[in-house]
Design a protein around this ligand. Sequence first.
Ligand SMILES: NC(=O)c1ccc[n+]([C@@H]2O[C@H](COP(=O)([O-])OP(=O)(O)OC[C@H]3O[C@@H](n4cnc5c(N)ncnc54)[C@H](OP(=O)(O)O)[C@@H]3O)[C@@H](O)[C@H]2O)c1
Length: 390
Amino acid sequence: MQRVAVLGATGSIGGSALDVIARHPETIRASVLAAGGNVAALVALCATHRPEHAVVGDTSGLATLREGLRHAGLSTQAHAGPEALTALVASEACDTVVAAIVGAAGLDSTLAAARAGKRLLLANKESLVLAGELLIAAAREAGSTIVPIDSEHNAIFQCLHGRPAGTEVQRITLTASGGPFRGRSRAQLAGVTPQQAVAHPKWSMGPKISVDSATLMNKGLELIEARHLFGLPDERLDVLVHPQSLVHSLVEFVDGSTLAQLGLPDMRTSLAVGLGWPARIASGVGALDLAAHGRLEFEPPDLATFPCLRLAREALRTGGTAPAILNAVNEVAVSAFLQGRIGFLSIAALVEDALAAIAAEPASSLAALGDADARARRHAEHAIATGTLR
Ligand SMILES: NC(=O)c1ccc[n+]([C@@H]2O[C@H](COP(=O)([O-])OP(=O)(O)OC[C@H]3O[C@@H](n4cnc5c(N)ncnc54)[C@H](OP(=O)(O)O)[C@@H]3O)[C@@H](O)[C@H]2O)c1
């Protein structure tokens, strides 16, 4: 029996992971469920999936969680706070960890899973952007298998059969849907609302990644993610807009072959790959009917209208703490945009400003990365509060 810790259980990826797990009651079970502050939703999931442990990130929620579990007649043990979560992730309570907390808040638990040698189903791309070298090194040292859950990287993982890219791979091309604002001009983007930005045409996702998809920062974070996961230099990583979101990425080999992975845009496929690997298990996702879809289109990304992709590539080239700065400012800016405090175009402006203002340093330790992250957040908060870049 594979015992799985689902971190970010109340979110979009968490829900998809639990859906796949519930399809395989004989072989897979959710043993740990973790969320941030949404205790009611966490208790409801515990009632359905009956894990041994439930963890709420916000320590003030512990009493409510304990009471909710007791009231529901469950024997699930209640825990709270980041330290309790990292301890459980590293313990015998699980063999596999679905890392699906949103943002840099997911780093410690992701790292704990890698260090403990768990199978790591990695959706939390921000932890790779922030501390990719340290995370990959920790996983290698402890023998942790990382299966990327982002559909693009999962597609590449499948095309490579889980092997390293080595010398056989010439180029990796990440596909991008283009988001809800594909084809618009900068002037048309000035007044877009959070509701418009989160209405993704193809994928149903949490609010932060939906805004990242609308700015194309998501694809920028994915470039950095791909660099760490597959080891190819940045000039051999490409992005191609593919509005139908059926081809999830492409790998070009030195012999001229290009392999791609196709499927309906549903994250349960990636999660089933991660849970079953190297076997294939049912995910609940239907088959792809190409004749019904008819057309597969591709076009280059519009970097002038969507500068976040360019900024992410620049941060990747700069290296050191630059990706951590990019990620931190983006998190602050997206949150401010969702709260109506800044406009859509200010997201990229804030990131560009911080990357110019804060010098990148070597990413030699978690402490150095944490400092860069905190400094970048302060810089962005100040720019927003003073209205400099609103
Ligand atoms: N959604 C997708 O299709 C998709 C695709 C590829 C990659 N990803 C990546 O997967 C991650 C999750 O995305 P999502 O769309 O599933 O996000 P989401 O729907 O917003 O869910 C976020 C989850 O993280 C939890 N959380 C937030 N802060 C926390 C904290 N401090 N401690 C513990 N848990 C915390 C939330 O708990 P509460 O509900 O209690 O707040 C929730 O369960 C992101 O890194 C995203 O980039 C998502």
